[in-house]
Ligand binder design. Structure first.
Ligand code: SAH
Length: 257
């Protein structure tokens, strides 16, 4: 059984309208709402799934945040990759425990956390010092010292080259990934996988041209559409709104000449 909530960890509070709040639990802490506040002490020592009441009578369900919950609530500088695309990236890149991965740019660290959660050892290249430190803070907040011990972020431009060699995977979320293809040929071992996330299809076409002119093969490009459903009594149908576009995913493997 999962241990009860302890001080210092994060809880996700859900109100009656399913709105979500990420709260760091502290002894004598208070979570303030429109209906008074919830004492953290009501949650500390309780198992996940406990329902507590605010001083004004509102009910809140408390559970531990999942990786998706955390990503959607964490402090962000750069635009993050959303869970819809993060899941597929894990399988396209075939991430495994102990995989040595180079990631660029790191941004807010949403993708980093996902790779680390799957057990990878991640080196991140990031142009901006403020994003590099934000990402490391987010990774530490989600995964603690063990996760941080598998994560190193360097403030540098991946277009200028990659120092690592014999990498298993390279995962890119930056505007001109075609400028990384030549470096990736040197940095990956044969069979290694490159995955890039790109918001526009002209970028995808330009990346595919660079890949076609390289030692990479087995290229594929795709987009992931996620349609959520409204399920309430007899009213069972797709939700009226959906996110029509985030980005395109492209994967390729280093296969030789
Ligand atoms: N995937 C990240 C978001 C990345 S946003 C997440 O899920 O949180 C893109 C990042 O790439 C920005 O932080 C930007 O500073 C960085 N970047 C852009 N060009 C780069 C380059 N040439 N080398 C390293 N980082 C770069």
């Amino acid at each position: 059984m999962a241990p009860p909530f302890t001080a210092g960890e994060r809880a996700l509070f859900l109100d009656s309208k399913q709105r979500r709040y990420l709260v760091t639990l502290a002894p004598e802490g208070e979570f303030h709402t429109h209906a008074g506040f919830v004492r953290h002490d009501e949650v500390l020592g309780q198992p996940e799934g406990v329902t507590v009441r605010s001083t004004g009578g509102a009910r809140y369900l408390a559970v531990r945040p999942t990786l998706s919950d955390f990503i959607l609530k964490m402090p962000r500088g750069a635009q993050v990759i959303y869970p819809k695309d993060l899941g597929p990236i894990l399988l396209l890149a075939d991430v495994f425990p102990g995989a040595r991965i180079l990631e660029a740019g790191v941004g807010s660290g949403a993708l980093s956390m996902t790779l680390l959660r799957a057990g990878a050892i991640v080196t991140g290249y990031e142009l901006r010092a403020d994003f590099a430190s934000r990402a490391q803070e987010n990774v530490g907040a989600f995964g603690g010292p063990e996760m941080l011990s598998r994560y190193a972020v360097q403030e540098r431009d991946v277009y200028e080259g990659i120092d690592e060699t014999e990498l298993d995977r390279i995962v890119l979320d930056l505007p001109e990934p075609w400028r990384v293809v030549k470096h990736a040929e040197q940095a990956l071992h044969p069979g290694g996988i490159l995955v890039a996330y790109l918001p526009t299809i002209l970028q995808v076409a330009q990346l595919r041209e660079a890949l076609a002119d390289s030692r990479f093969g087995m290229e594929e490009s795709l987009e992931v559409l996620q349609r959520t459903w409204h399920v309430e009594g007899q009213s069972v149908r797709p939700d009226h709104r959906m996110v029509a576009h985030t980005g395109f995913l492209t994967a390729a493997r280093l296969v030789g000449d």
